[in-house]
Design a binder for this molecule. Structure first.
Ligand code: NAD
Length: 355
């Protein structure tokens, strides 16, 4: 698969990626190679990576606990301390092997340790491959505030190897698929057609979709690195989706949704709003609802939940000057940024999802 050039680094695929990694290591000659993992990627992914690295350099493994709840400054301190104790200097290299938590946190740790050491990201979940692999965002959460602390910083390269997905649960794979669907609806209807004819979530089925999704995300983020304009298209489905995700997370009597499950609901409801406000074709809307519910199933959102979801929407940190801004669609591949939506229409959209 053709490598993808991002800002000033490449996203490399499969076997070719390891050849490039080994070349990078032999050219750069890092003093030590550190590999950051969590307990899952340490078990499931590290053996495959170690098999591929050809070097005489010392390799040290640093393990953190998995989970978004550990994506914080305490964990960073632990990794900075481990690097210090293991003698990491400015010529050290950090390989971040894991999902978006590891690549976001590892990128941040590397970019700030001794004012910055080189790092390479090896995303191992579908979500981190198609969403977190380009765009340069690194960082951690501060309490409940997601990604509150961080900086834009690019890796030396990104390695995409779909073999890592073999140990990812079907539910986590579906979560990543929601982002691929988003690219299909907003940017490349061929992806959307492919997903409509999708038989199952097998890895061979996913490989070309992963490549195309990274290409799209890369096209968007390189045009608008700091999210001043077009990059906002990546928020389609995420405005209501995030509020729904947070609501389920905060409600003791509800089972948490994955990010993708919440974004799936966001894409249906925001497509409905698009039909009403911007004339998005009603056949397209029906098709979006049917296909997405086919893949993700239907989540029960009671009308008694609406008020709290809308409250969370209003307080979302992406709002500017208290305004909720939606990305809406005039058609597939055609969107309009910064749309304002009345509360009554949001309620109608949630009713449409439930209908
Ligand atoms: P995650 O990193 O928490 O991984 C999910 C779970 O899967 C974890 O338990 C992990 O240990 C496990 N896992 C990872 N790879 C595995 C494998 N190959 N086999 C078995 N288990 C494996 O979550 P995620 O969904 O990958 O990423 C979510 C994070 O990514 C969030 O923190 C989000 O903010 C961030 N993110 C960042 C960007 C960006 O542009 N930087 C974009 C999207 C999301």
């Amino acid at each position: 698969m053709t490598p993808i050039l991002s800002n000033n680094y490449y996203v490399n695929f499969k076997e070719d990626a390891y050849t490039k990694l080994n070349k990078y290591i032999s050219d750069y000659k890092p003093s030590t190679i550190f590999i950051l993992v969590d307990e899952n990627t340490g078990n499931d992914c590290l053996p495959l990576l170690l098999e591929q690295i050809e070097t005489e350099q010392t390799i040290e493994i640093i393990e953190i606990e998995s989970g978004e709840e550990n994506k914080n400054l305490d964990t960073c301190s632990g990794v900075w301390n481990a690097l210090t104790e293991l003698g990491a200097d400015r010529k050290s290299l950090l390989l971040n092997l894991g999902g978006g938590v590891i690549t976001d946190l590892g990128g941040f740790v590397a970019s700030t340790y001794k004012r910055g050491i080189s790092f390479i990201n090896i995303p191992t979940t579908l979500l981190s491959m198609v969403d977190a692999s380009v765009g340069g965002k690194t960082g951690v959460d501060l309490g409940v505030l997601k990604n509150q602390i961080g900086l834009f910083s690019d890796p030396e390269m990104v390695i995409i190897d779909s073999h890592y997905l073999e140990t990812v649960s079907k539910r986590e794979l579906r979560s990543g698929l929601a982002e691929i669907i988003k690219y299909g609806i907003t940017y490349d209807a061929k992806i959307w057609d492919e997903i409509n004819n999708f038989q199952d979530l097998s890895i061979p089925n996913l490989s070309s979709l992963i490549h195309r999704s990274i290409e799209i995300k890369n096209e968007v983020v390189t045009q608008d690195p700091k999210e001043a304009g077009i990059r906002k298209v990546l928020n389609f489905g995420h405005t209501l989706g995030h509020a729904i995700e947070s609501y389920f997370l905060e409600s003791e009597d509800k089972e948490n949704l994955t990010h993708g499950e919440a974004i799936a609901i966001g894409m249906i409801t925001e497509s409905y709003i698009s039909e009403i406000l911007l004339g998005f074709p009603s056949e397209g809307l029906k098709n979006i609802k049917k296909s997405i519910i086919n893949i993700f199933g239907k989540v029960l959102i009671e009308s008694s939940d609406y008020e709290a979801i809308i409250e969370l929407l209003i307080h979302d940190k992406k709002n500017v000057a208290g305004q909720v801004n939606f990305v809406l669609l005039t058609n597939f591949e055609n969107y309009k940024l910064d749309c304002k939506v009345e509360k009554s229409l949001i309620i109608e959209a949630l009713n449409y999802y439930n209908s």
